[in-house]
Write a protein of this length. Structure first.
Lengths: 351, 351
């Protein structure tokens, strides 16, 4: 649409002192919007494609691509280990990685509420920029809308992403087979509990930090090494449990996991117990499962443990024949229990 | 992220009777979300890529691409000539066309407010599907978030799009030159006034219908015919005035237009006069300007007039040397006035 990413040679910089807030005029396609974009958003994202000032970006790409989108509505905006900006970059980068793709280009759609602090906006776009640099992706096109006070919750962010497919075979539930092994990239439950604690103001003895991180490097290393990855899934909304059940149901196979093998940090487990939450259902933002053939599991795990975001990768279970999508978990006393998704979500607005 | 576009063989259809509303659980990544997606969203969008149930879509594309994003926050959702769903498809399709690209694939990010009518949601996703079919694009990946009551305004939609670049030369303000001619694709001001009238409940004598329409066919025909298009811009937020000023400022050239040549329908002009609005600043959703070399203007106009969305295409002005980005308009009495953008927007939340 007209007016986005636009550069006006005579636009004066918008002062961003602590009292400045977003006004409806900042979304109107006129001078005020140009100043906002030129003083806050474009300098933060700083990409030659954004500087071209057109209705979209022009990219050169060959061959098969992955394309994904996500909106981010987390509250609070800032939590230990990240903020909505970090999340908006890493979440979409990770979705591309889960498709077996090398993340390359992201778009950014901002919906801002009238009255939002411009200092906060600057912080968040700064986080987006830092996360994009860390993940090696470019923010190449964007859009900013403003809605009247009371009609949003400060800010919502959409990021869509394009990546170059590197997996030589299709990645997804349809590719898994009985005998395949499930690798989990690290301990679970930290993102959900970090956001929960920040939202509710719980003062746990040890601060829980979100696991929010880009995982593409680790995943791409599997492909580079020739590991025949069958399925990848990040453990966001619905946590480990939803991911396993979705995959098993779609594949019409069964998955059994070993409860003792699933790592949960002590302070996260304590917080979950205190609040009556099951860490299997708590959202993560830097954890994923990789399902690989049994004869390649050692190689895959060894590769993943070389990357900081998956240094704690462990084997947690196996795929079996079965047509009902059953997921079971064998407890430390040997008792098997069924794992299912919840109806909704224990913790809304976690991402 | 986990849980989007997911298909569960055992999910029961969600009944959508008039009293049903969106609940927080519909965004939680569990069973309720699966039912919403499987009963309302996936059937409406109906694409094999969505059925693959993974974190993103896999696309085969070669060569240079255009990539764009837009969020839609229009109020009211439904207005004469379209709704937020039609707008969300056509707006992004048109942005791709303005890049000189053939629109191919769209993503859809929905942010729904708890309490939204599911019947309304069904209507809107139905409109999106119809508009996508009409524009020849596929909706290949999506995401749904739900926020608590009072934290959004019913629904916001983001669409991002990928198209294949067909323009052999760069399209944009940097490509225009003195002597180029400005073609406008049809009468202006209808979208903004249609939304305004619907929002405020004005009962104008003649109902004003939005011009919301996909314009890619008409634009692509210019390239097919070998017209050397220098710049394209759709006249959305900020209207014709903002588009001209942005282009002139970016190009550091001057543009002069002939007021009498700019078509405005009588009932739109009457409504603008009644409300004290300048049609040059009112948003359109199916109108664009094309800036072409003077020796190709007849050919370009003849092509555009063959398409319904640009059947009223007319020459309205010309590019001149000048480094201040001046845009002037010569009135019917021969008096020149300067055209500038407004500070904000006369009509907020028009798209």
């Amino acid at each position: 649409m007209t007016s986005k990413n636009s550069h006006f040679p005579n636009a004066c910089p918008l002062p961003a002192t602590s009292g400045d807030t977003i006004q409806l005029a900042h979304g109107g396609g006129g001078r005020a919007m140009a100043r906002l974009i030129n003083s806050i958003i474009r300098p933060a994202f700083d990409d030659t494609e954004l500087d071209r000032q057109h209705d979209g970006a022009t990219l050169i790409l060959d061959g098969p691509l992955a394309f994904t989108t996500d909106s981010y509505v987390v509250q609070p905006f800032v939590f230990p280990g990240g903020d909505i900006g970090t999340l908006a970059i890493n979440g979409t980068v990770n979705d591309l990685a889960m498709c077996g793709a090398h993340p390359l280009y992201l778009s950014v759609g901002l919906i801002l509420e009238e009255g939002l602090s411009i200092e906060l906006l600057q912080r968040i776009v700064g986080s987006m920029r830092a996360a994009a640099t860390a993940a090696g992706v470019r923010l190449v096109t964007g859009d900013t809308k403003v809605v009247d006070r009371g009609k949003a919750d400060g800010m919502f962010i959409n990021t869509s992403g394009i990546g170059r497919l590197v997996s030589p075979t299709p990645i997804g539930p349809a590719s898994i087979a009985p005998g395949d092994v499930v690798i989990l990239s690290g301990d679970i439950g930290r993102h959900g509990m970090a956001v929960m604690a920040a939202r509710e103001g719980f003062g746990f003895e040890t601060v829980i930090e979100s696991d929010c991180a880009p995982v593409a490097d680790a995943v791409l290393a599997l492909f580079e090494a020739g590991v025949e990855v069958h399925c990848l899934r990040d453990l966001t909304r619905g946590g480990l449990a939803s991911a396993l059940v979705e995959i098993a149901e779609t594949a019409r196979l069964a998955i059994s996991i070993d409860e003792a093998a699933v790592p949960v940090a002590d302070h996260v487990l304590a917080a979950c117990e205190l609040l009556g939450l099951d860490p299997f259902h708590v959202a993560n933002e830097g954890r994923f499962i990789a399902i690989v053939p049994a004869d390649q599991v050692e190689q895959a795990r060894d590769i993943l443990t070389q990357y900081s975001s998956s240094s704690g990768a462990v084997v947690i279970g196996r795929v079996y024949a079965g047509n009902g999508g059953e997921v079971t978990c064998r407890g430390i006393l040997g008792v098997e229990r069924a794992i299912d998704m919840l109806s909704g979500e224990q913790l809304p607005r976690i991402c």
